[in-house]
Design a protein around this ligand. Structure first.
Ligand code: SF4
Length: 122
């Protein structure tokens, strides 16, 4: 069975409209991309969509009450909401430095959550 999916490439501000054609669950064609990144994105998005997740977690004893964090690499798209729920209850102790691991293996993805800002102790 042949099916098509319409997507917008999110790899750069150009936002090319992609048409991904699949046959029996396999990608056979990606059209509309201006560069190879779009083709790779189109293929991955219909077979194994992943995202970097950015958020904040609470900080105890710091000059700021929260610190921004992100996943160290892409995680499966279907785990994003689970991760958001877990991060809501995470609290770290100041000081926090950029790159500190705030949480390991979030939601069984094998991916760590790392700090993206410095927060000094109060
Ligand atoms: S296909 Fe290439 S040029 Fe188009 S949005 Fe994606 S990265 Fe940008």
């Amino acid at each position: 069975m042949t099916e098509t999916r319409e997507l917008i490439c999110i790899n750069c501000p150009l936002g090319c409209g992609l048409t991904v054609t699949m046959k029996d669950g396999e990608v056979v064609k990606v059209e509309g991309n201006t560069c190879p990144k779009g083709e790779a994105y189109g293929k991955k998005e219909v077979t194994n969509p992943t995202r970097i997740v950015t958020s904040t977690v609470r900080v105890s004893g710091g000059l700021m009450p929260v610190v921004s964090v992100k996943t160290a690499s892409d995680i499966p798209k279907e785990k994003i909401m689970d991760c958001a729920r877990v991060l809501k209850d995470v609290k770290v102790q100041a000081p926090v430095a950029i790159g500190d691991v705030v949480l390991e293996n979030i939601c069984g993805t094998g991916v760590s959550i790392i700090a993206t800002k410095n927060v000094s102790a109060a």
